[in-house]
Design a protein around this ligand. Structure first.
Ligand code: SF4
Ligand code: SF4
Length: 285
């Protein structure tokens, strides 16, 4: 008698390997999404924020550095880029936002451009801001946080300006906010963490470097505010001036980096809340 159970188990294993391989292949050919961080400072204060904004100082990237990064990545990678974002913190607080939109369109003429925002100050934006967003086909990507704020009015205002709007999340976010903890002992399996990572593919650009995720890009705020030592090495990021083609960024974002050994994956699903700026919001106890 053939071992039917054994053959079935083998078939299941082969199917599983095929599925994993197909997922891997599709990730290799996925277009890039670049997120240019303009500040990590924010006018909201969410517990477990993935940019460590509750701990971030009120600082903004320089307009020259931002333009240089956009120009270089536009020149070397734009064919493989589908989406580009201006992101914070709260992006609308960036004082050079109008110039940033123009420079971004110049560097990425055919890509989808979006500005991430929590929406809290859309009613404070100038006519010139709205005009520039319309002229350069910039989408406002607004996240609705579960706070006391009239998001319906904010949506109406954005639409009334004739600017594209994309809305993320809804009231269910109240119970499903992600909390990603870092393991100070760096004992996590980097392959497993990377495989389960929800941030994979969100390439962050800041401080003259490209990072595969906002966690590695922004952990400096946690290190500074809480005297932790989550180390960034040369293998966790690439200097923008060293980038010759999109393949380097694809390789960085689609394979584990040493920093992945800090990440406890999958992230915990927690209720939304305001930050008390305690290290335990981000660090594994
Ligand atoms: S609104 Fe976004 S960037 Fe600001 S603290 Fe909340 S999660 Fe962080
Ligand atoms: S360091 Fe690795 S596992 Fe952690 S968030 Fe970034 S890509 Fe994901």
């Amino acid at each position: 008698m053939p071992d039917v159970g054994g053959i079935e188990d083998m078939k299941k294993l082969i199917d599983k390997i095929r599925r994993v391989y197909r997922t891997y292949r599709s990730q290799q050919s996925m277009p890039l999404r670049l997120e240019f961080i303009v500040t990590d400072y924010c006018n909201l204060n969410c517990k477990g924020c993935s940019h460590y904004s509750p701990l971030a100082p009120k600082e903004f990237v320089s307009r020259e550095d931002l333009k240089r990064s956009m120009d270089h990545l536009g020149r070397t990678c734009r064919d493989k880029v589908e989406d580009v974002y201006l992101i914070g913190g709260e992006t609308l607080l960036y004082p050079d936002l109008i110039e940033a939109m123009k420079n971004m369109r110049n560097a990425f003429p055919t890509q989808r451009i979006s500005i991430f925002t929590n929406g809290l100050i859309v009613d404070k934006m100038s006519d010139e801001f709205w005009q520039t967003a319309r002229d350069h086909d910039v989408t406002i990507a607004m996240t609705r946080y579960p706070i006391k704020y009239d998001y319906d009015a904010a949506e109406e205002l954005i639409r009334s300006k004739g600017v594209r709007l994309k809305v993320f999340a809804d009231r269910t976010m109240k119970d499903t906010f992600f909390k990603l903890e870092l393991d100070p002992d760096k004992k996590q399996n980097k392959y497993k963490s990377h495989f389960k990572c929800y941030s994979r593919g969100c390439v962050s650009v800041v401080d003259g470097y490209v990072y595969p995720c906002s966690i590695a890009a922004c952990v400096k705020h946690l290190n500074r505010a809480k005297e932790t030592n989550f180390e960034i090495t040369d293998r966790d990021r690439i200097r923008i001036e060293d980038i010759k083609s999109a393949r380097q960024i694809q390789k960085l974002s689609r394979h584990p980096i040493p920093f992945c050994s800090y990440c406890v994956m999958p992230p915990k699903t927690v209720g939304y809340g305001l930050s008390k700026r305690e290290a335990t919001e981000w660090v594994k106890e």
